[in-house]
Write a protein that binds this ligand. Sequence first.
Ligand SMILES: [Zn+2]
Ligand SMILES: [Zn+2]
Length: 272
Amino acid sequence: MIADQHLHLERGPHTPENYPVSWLEGYLGTARTHSVDRLGVVEHGYRFLEARGLLPGAWSEGRCLYRLDAYLAFVERAKALHLPVSFGIEMDYVPGAEAGIARFLSRYPWDFVLGSVHFVDGVGVDLETDGPLRRQMGQERLWRRYFSLSRDAVASGLFDVLTHPDLPKIFGASAPFPLEDEYRRTAQALAEASMAIECNTAGLRRPVGEIYPVPAYLAAASAAGVPVSLGSDAHEPENVGHGFAEGIALLRSCGYGEAVHFIGRQRIASPL
Ligand SMILES: [Zn+2]
Ligand SMILES: [Zn+2]
């Protein structure tokens, strides 16, 4: 049983307030052709008016547009059809906003919560427009802060999965110092928190051209007994299950024999 445990419905003609179930069924159609048996659908938390301010800055403010209740009505309609789909949310970890994030998460019994670090001290790690800000910050500080924030996210206890865990490589620049110690410490933190790490194939579609995270990080997580989930991070139907043959081969080479998905925040493992 293979699950694509991280995908978004957002790139298309609809908004979270008016997704038709047929849009989701298009994703399920691609899943079948890629031998993907189950989907984990998320929305970015910052898109919802009820999460306003949790991710500070003009970038998120401009995307904070939709009513959670309208989206949840779609989720309930889809759930009533008993499709092989779990519904979660991808939340940014923002230091100091833990109580507000917890309050937002408590509005709905999500099947799973992805924890993401997309911003480091106001710099959008995956935003091309923030290139000059990244250069100003410097690669060393970006990478060190990214891992430190990742461990804070893990310690917060808010999330089930740490997503795209070495995102700063997205544009192809590697860290100016060895990262093995960061991998080991973060893997240890994940193990202690009983939280999963994500193998995210979206990196194959980015300038770096490789899966998040690198094999050494996945091997450290595997050695520490950290569960893993597999996700395409597709934002459109055609990328469901993209790169999964490569992802599964990578996971096996790093010592993983199974991957997890979530229902009602319970982890379910299936062989790869
Ligand atoms: Zn993300
Ligand atoms: Zn995502």
